[in-house]
Design a protein. Structure first.
Length: 369
């Protein structure tokens, strides 16, 4: 059942397509617009050449109908003639209006009939860049009503030069902002080489757009915009990488100091060392958050978290340096460490006293001797 329904749908679509194609009793053989390249701006002369087959030996154009040609060009001038078989007929009267109608009785002939049309006119003034219908053809019935699916339209873009200049100005502002950001981050020590490369490419695209046609300029301006966005992203990524690296380096310094206090000065239980360790833990937590943000490409928050981590680590390092200055390179005031030094000191005292006693005895024996 489902297959049968699908088959009916396909048949219906084919029938509709055939009807749509068959609705027009003319065929466009060729249409050209001059200028074909570059921008068309208000006041430019535009020329349209069209070759339209309206009858064949087996299918002449309906005599009761007509063919309507219209244009949005200003100051239009229609020149056309018929070719019957292979013989060119005399030119028809020139028409100077936005609309030219060819009656069916002129087009209907039991032979191949082609209308050769040359239309000239001026590109109209527009407040913004937009497409216009330089040539529109449709078949009319006996009541001069358009026949469905018989329309043909040839368009061209009329450029408002102000649009191009405005678009270039926007990109220039964006590029200037990227330049300022790169210079600022370079001064801060950020590796901006990747962003600099994107800036150079965007600048090249923008320079190309300045002298290109409107359509080509649009392509170059879009390219420049993409490159600027990529440059901004790379710059943010580089800053995040630097901030994370700086925070990690400061944390490593604090860890070295704590290792010194614990291993070389036996101060693991000293309240001041414990306080420094707490500050270090906070810095490490913030750095972990920064790295997570960096991985998810949230570079702005990565910079914030890494900067906070470095600040916490710097405070811990300052405290560690102060503590090291306080204790110097001598004895630690830590009770557990002091006990060790007292024992060593006692041993040294015993050895010194013993040495003095032995020295005095030996000296006395020598005097007696």
């Amino acid at each position: 059942m489902k297959s049968a329904i699908n088959l009916l749908i396909c048949v219906f679509l084919v029938v509709c397509l055939v009807q749509a194609v068959a609705a027009a009793d003319y065929t466009i053989k060729k249409v050209t617009v001059t200028p074909s390249t570059g921008d068309i701006v208000a006041g430019d002369t535009v020329t349209v050449h069209a070759s339209i087959q309206v009858s064949t030996k087996d299918d002449p154009f309906p005599t009761e109908g007509s063919l309507e040609m219209t244009t949005e060009l200003t100051e239009p001038r229609w020149e056309y003639y018929y070719t019957i078989g292979t013989v060119d007929q005399a030119p028809q009267p020139v028409k100077n209006s936005a609309r030219a109608i060819l009656p069916g009785w002129e087009l209907s002939y039991p032979n191949d009939v082609t209308v050769e049309v040359e239309l000239t006119g001026k590109a109209p003034q527009r407040s913004s860049t937009e497409e216009i219908d330089v040539l529109k053809i449709q078949q009319l019935n006996a009541n001069r009503d358009p026949i469905k699916n018989s329309e043909y339209v040839k368009t061209a873009t009329v450029v408002n030069t102000g649009d191009k200049e405005a678009a270039i100005s926007v990109r220039e502002t964006e590029l200037e902002a990227l330049r300022t950001a790169i210079d600022t981050k370079t001064a801060d020590g950020v590796d901006t080489s990747a962003a600099e490369a994107k800036y150079d490419e965007a600048e090249t695209a923008l320079n190309t757009a300045r002298t290109a046609s409107y359509a080509a300029a649009q392509t170059e301006l879009e390219k420049a915009g993409t490159l600027i966005d990529e440059g901004e992203t790379l710059l943010a990524e580089a800053e995040a990488t630097m901030c994370v690296s700086n925070a990690q380096a400061r944390i490593d310094e604090v860890e070295e100091m704590i290792t010194y206090f614990k291993d070389e000065r036996n101060m693991g239980r000293d309240a001041r060392v414990v306080s420094i360790e707490t500050q270090l833990d906070n810095a490490q937590t913030l750095l972990t958050l920064a790295k997570d943000r960096q991985t998810s490409k949230d570079y702005t928050q990565a910079v914030v978290q890494a900067t906070n981590a470095e600040e916490k680590a710097s405070a811990a390092l300052d405290a560690a340096n102060t503590l090291r200055e306080d204790i110097g390179d001598g004895l630690s005031l830590n009770p557990s460490g002091l006990t060790t030094y007292l024992i060593i000191g006692a041993v040294l005292v015993v050895l010194v006293v013993g040495g003095v006693v032995l020295y005095r005895r030996k000296t006395k024996w020598d005097e007696l001797g």
